[in-house]
Ligand binder design. Structure first.
Ligand SMILES: Nc1ncnc2c1ncn2[C@@H]1O[C@H](COP(=O)(O)OP(=O)(O)O)[C@@H](O)[C@H]1O
Ligand SMILES: C=C(OP(=O)(O)O)C(=O)O
Ligand SMILES: [K+]
Ligand SMILES: [Mg+2]
Length: 594
């Protein structure tokens, strides 16, 4: 039986919202009398509905319209007049696109076991091959990140093409994130070396000179012309936020002589910050534009290549995000690139809420963040950003050094596992690998650690019923937004109380799926959407399993079709309990799969 709660609003919406009971299915005595007792248990619902009494079971003989391009359309799908274009739905299970890894996971272990936390992998020299990309996709990579700090545009184009091919040929929906270089101060390329070791007591030269051929020994190129002018003797120079530390001892024209005080490995294009009297010197950085001229060219490249996400480095204010959004809107109408703000500078912390509100999501970029604020504050900032993003309904990624030791070693440290657990426990949308997958020795093992720790913590969370209440303020401004939000909040609550197997959501733009994801329900959320790009973008959000298929405005049709398609692929079975919501119809339906 289908039990539905439908919300009717008057044409003007203003005179108030009336809640009313209504069934989309044939009226039956039980649905008409339906009230929602929250003490209902899953078994009591199961016991009260038998497949035979389900009006939906008649749909098994129905047929759907398949248009010339192979997509299905719903108009009149249940009508009995069958024309040449109609083909039986039972043979049309390919009309739904779902991630091959998720499909295998669902078949093997059922709904409860699917991973809710999404995984982002930075692609670099060790993972740019087709087979290596495929291995990451098999291992659960939801988003591939390319970092414009490194590599040529041709190299990035090649990676994008390979990910696309992987999606097309092998049925994945790996999204692509392009991360800008940003215009902070960083070192040059180390003359082609993959790293250089700086030892305690050594004197190194940091220079803004352009060296034509090979770099002199113990010399580092700096990208920022004002560098030699700005630093002072006695300043501390931190590479990558303190991985290696120098003290400025002498300035000679464009060269700055520095004494190594904390030895370590220098990596190409590593970030540089300088500190004076215990404070970050940032006057000059504040003058640098967030989006450099090179970044603008990279952004044009990203738009042309159709990347799904643009992650903007060193965001200082909401204005830069708004400016970028209008730039993209003007350049490519109808573009649906999501803009993620990287929270990695002091300025971003001062304008946090505005920045997140202006963006489509955020990244806690702990690498550079740890170079700008005392390290012991980084976990607090992480907690705050993750929480704020969820409240504002923006996906959030926790990034950098999650498994740093696995660049070199095949197993993580206990501390790294604890760090990942904490990010999962905070219920961040996604975790990210950087050097571990870009240039480490064990990219697949690192990904497996993220996957296994996520699964374990999520399972523990559900078993212990640890619903940490979080106030979810209204994010929309119109009354129809409020209705959608209430529907999602209620549907998620009902799903937990009734222990349903899955929530189904039909969403054109992905918005309603993200509102459900924000509630972090116990069960997975099957998000059905019509466009491939929305499907890829939903892949970054917690708990969503995005499917692509076409659907009509008729929810009953859509549900029938989905049940048939999913059953044909053994992804659901009769008796599974689902809640269905849609942004086309303001209703919540609870039903057993016929
Ligand atoms: N496209 C690339 N080409 C070469 N090396 C790369 C590439 N992307 C990443 N790497 C390597 O992986 C390391 C970690 O990547 P990431 O964290 O994204 O950059 P960064 O260390 O500059 O913040 C980089 O320092 C670099 O050595
Ligand atoms: C993710 C980060 O940015 P990038 O790797 O581009 O420096 C970071 O700083 O943590
Ligand atoms: K970057
Ligand atoms: Mg950074």
């Amino acid at each position: 039986m289908t039990q539905s709660l439908q919300i009717f609003t008057s044409a003007t919406r203003s005179p108030g919202i009336s809640l009313s009971k209504h069934s989309l299915s044939k009226p039956s005595p039980s649905t008409a009398a339906f009230r929602f007792p929250l003490s209902f248990t899953k078994s009591s619902i199961r016991a009260s509905s038998s497949p035979d009494s389900n009006p939906l079971s008649s749909a098994f003989t129905s047929q759907v319209l398949v248009s010339e391009n192979g997509s299905t359309g719903g108009g009149g799908a249940l009508s009995s007049s069958v024309t040449r274009e109609f083909v039986p739905v039972m043979s049309d299970s390919t009309a739904i696109e779902v991630d091959t890894v998720t499909e295998a996971e669902l078949k093997e272990n059922g709904f409860r076991s699917t991973r809710r936390t999404k995984l982002v992998c930075t692609i670099g020299p060790v993972t740019c091959g087709f087979e290596q990309l495929e291995a990451l996709a098999v291992g659960g990579m939801n988003v591939a990140r390319i970092n414009m700090c490194h590599g040529t545009r041709d190299w990035h184009r090649m990676v994008i093409e390979r990910v696309r091919r992987l999606n097309e040929e092998k049925g994945y929906a790996v999204a692509i994130m392009m991360d800008t270089e940003g215009s902070e101060i960083h070192m040059g390329d180390l003359g082609g070396a993959s790293s250089a070791k700086a030892e305690d007591g050594e004197i190194w030269t940091f220079s803004v000179r352009a060296f034509d051929s090979t770099l002199p020994e113990r010399t580092i190129n700096v990208n920022y012309e004002g560098f030699a002018e700005d630093v002072r003797v006695g300043d501390d120079l931190l590479v990558d936020g303190g991985m290696v530390r120098f003290e400025v001892i002498e300035k000679i024209g464009p060269d700055v002589k520095c004494l190594c005080t904390d030895p370590g490995l220098l990596l190409p294009r590593a970030n540089l910050t300088f500190w004076r009297d215990g404070h970050l010197v940032r006057e000059r950085n504040a003058m640098l534009p967030t989006i450099s001229s090179k970044d603008w060219l990279d952004i044009d490249f990203g738009i042309a290549e159709g990347v799904d996400f643009l992650a903007i480095s060193f965001v200082k204010s909401a204005e830069v995000i708004k400016h970028l959004k209008s730039y993209i809107a003007a350049r490519s109408r109808g573009s649906d690139i999501s803009i993620l703000a990287k929270i990695e500078s002091l300025d971003s912390l001062n304008n946090l809420e505005e920045i997140i509100l202006a963006s489509d999501g955020a990244m806690v970029a702990r690498g550079d963040l740890g170079a700008q604020i005392p390290l012991e504050q980084v976990p607090l900032v992480q907690q705050k950003v993750v929480q704020l993003c969820r409240q504002l309904n923006k996906p959030v990624i926790v990034a950098s050094q999650l498994l740093e030791s696995m660049i070199e070693y095949p197993t993580p440290t206990r501390a790294e596992v604890a760090d990942i657990s904490e990010a999962v426990r905070q219920r961040s949308d996604a975790l990210m690998l950087s050097g571990e997958s870009a240039m480490g020795q064990y990219p697949d093992k690192a990904l497996a650690v993220l996957r296994n720790v996520s699964l374990r913590i999520e399972k523990w969370w559900r078993e212990e019923k640890r619903h940490e209440p979080m106030e979810l303020p209204e994010v929309g401004s119109s009354s129809s937004d409020s209705i959608l939000e209430e529907i999602c909040n209620s549907a998620a609550k009902m799903a937990n109380n009734l222990e349903v197997d899955a929530i189904f959501v039909y969403t054109k733009t992905g918005h309603m799926a993200s509102l459900l994801s924000r509630c972090r329900p116990d069960c997975p959320i099957f998000a059905f959407t019509e466009t491939t790009s929305v499907r890829r973008r939903l892949n970054l959000q917690w708990g969503l399993i995005p499917f692509r298929m076409s659907f009509s405005d008729d929810m009953e049709n859509n549900l029938n079709k989905i049940f048939l398609l999913l059953k044909a692929r053994n992804l659901i079975k009769s008796g599974d309990l689902v809640i269905a919501v849609s942004d086309m119809l303001q209703s919540i339906q609870v039903m057993n799969v016929p």
